[in-house]
Design a protein around this ligand. Sequence first.
Ligand code: GLC
Length: 694
Amino acid sequence: MKLLTCVLYCSTSLATVTAAPLPYQNPTFPLTTRVQDLLSRMSLEEKAGQLVQTNLTRLMPGNGYTRGPLDPVQLNAVLGQAHVGSVLSGGGFAPVPNTPAAWAEMTNALQRYALDSTPLRIPLLYGADGVHGHNNVLGATLFPHNIGLAASFDPALAQQVATSTGKALRATGVNWNFAPDADLGLDPRWGRFYETFGEDPQWVSALVAAQVRGFQASPLTGVAATVKHFIGYGQAADGRDRAPATVAESALNSLLVPPFRAAFQAGVASVMVNSGALNGQAVHASGDLLIGLLRRDLGFDGVTISDWDDVARLQTVHKAAASEEDAVRQAVMAGIDVMMVPTEAAAYSATVTQLVRSGKLPMARLDEAASRVLALKFRLGLFEHPFVDPAQAAAKVVDRELAYQAAGASMTLLKNAAVGGLPLLPLTVRTPRVLIVGPAASDPRAQLGGWSVDWQGVPPDTQVQAVTVLAGLKAQVPPGVTLTYQDGSSPADLQQAARGADVIVWVLGEKPGAEGQADAPTLALTDQELVRVQDLRRFGKPILTVLLAGRPLDLRTVLPASDALLMAYLPGSEGGRAVADAVWGNRNPSGRLPFRWPTRPGALPAVLTAAPDLPALFPFGAGLSYTQFAEQDLHINAAAHTARITIRNTGSSAGQHRVLAYDGSGPNRQLVAVGRVRLAAGESQTISLTWLNR
Ligand code: GLC
């Protein structure tokens, strides 16, 4: 017998007869054929596992939140036994060590486990938040956050940034990106205002679509994009994160829906759902919104994923479910295809199985959700190419020049008063002794903001590669100009330094943060900054204020004390170079505000209601230049979706000019087209504008 067995084994292995691939394993077969064939071979448990996503740290030793090596016991329990088909790294949940190669090795190990431990060898989706570069990875280039990218008024640039980010993510084995954010930035008190592209639905729509195209530029080297957070997120009356929102249907359809529709038209692969409640209904349990509006009315046909642990919150926060099992049933029946379950994914997979067995969840609904997930895995080429090359990863997460270009295009000059008969900026040898003040000038955390290494921002004990404002200014200081720096902690030293200065550059920064932790009900700068501005004013020297902030803070004290004000937003790891270019005049600022700047916190533009348009400190689209531009002969052909305009540079220096063209006038006018042109002093040019969302 032994000999026979050996002969049989040997003959087979010698002949190595390769079985013909099954239909689902054949990349030449149509997608639907592959999905249906694979689904038909899957057990109920295997299908259920496709509806659940676990956080990475569940697959490591410890309580499910501590980072460490992969744990074979957990791999077996979650990926092997429970067939969980998707993993994420929530903000800050990186492998140990947090290097690009370690990310690639970790995702490869997980894919290998999934392929070798499941009979049908189904690969994993791996999700993360690449919202301004591959921002969880130490050493990655961090781009400006969306609010600053929006100030560039350059959709092509936003798409390039997304393409770069998609490549960076995929190079480390992350194939599902939880971006772009399509929420409208209507309330600067909201902790996620900086993650939005601002307040204008047409402009947000254009950038969301551009970023979807960028992230998804290539199935094998890009990533699946996720438009989030559907719908009505960030619209709470008090500006608090995840607080219930009430939005009239007319405002929902005219203001909040367009950016999601633009994402669907751009082919976005997935949607992430709003954690909150809209008009009294928890969105995660709303079939009206997730099936009626999202699928039937808007025609979305991709994967719908919950937000972090939000199925459980149907029971614990929204009190809309009597039990976890009921929450799972409600969410899946309402249209959630994948449940993001940080530590209990295995249990949720078993619950789905149990619900189907007991007839509380139709097999047809399970098949529908599992099919959408499988289709996404096929479209990403994961069955043929589940692995990445760790040796390539480090190079792919760095893109400094594009980040520098994006930060430069976002710089928005809001005030530039005359000092000694000439505008204070750009600084020149006219003011040879420059004093730079403020901790934010030398601390990269202020310019990086939240979702940087960790979701609340770079941890205090972590060093990151970034060009700070101080370093940027020093690197390009003009001949004949001297710089000194005071972080402001010693009033005596500050006073001494101010005496010997011709001009003060005050760098103000916001504390980095994300979500509710970054809510700012009063929009106030910290007391420390406010006191310093009044102190600085007493020195009687001109002040340039550089603001590193993700929102329009309360400037009632700062603005009058500043002779010039540069809004730098959260400019990312090359931000210091871009600020220096603007300050020294190497680049003429061309950014425009993608939001209105309220005069004070209470005077927020109540866009969603019919309240009268409140006066703004600076209007949407505000932005100065070191030169002047005249706009004339604007021709808009709304029917043909074309517009053109003649621009003349009437000033004395070259510069780029951003053009915003509106249809109509007054508070209800609609942004319809944007353009940009670079002109030498005295030059004029007629340009065609890019019609938005055609
Ligand atoms: C967070 C955010 C969401 C993010 C997800 C995964 O709570 O709401 O935007 O994609 O969790 O990190």
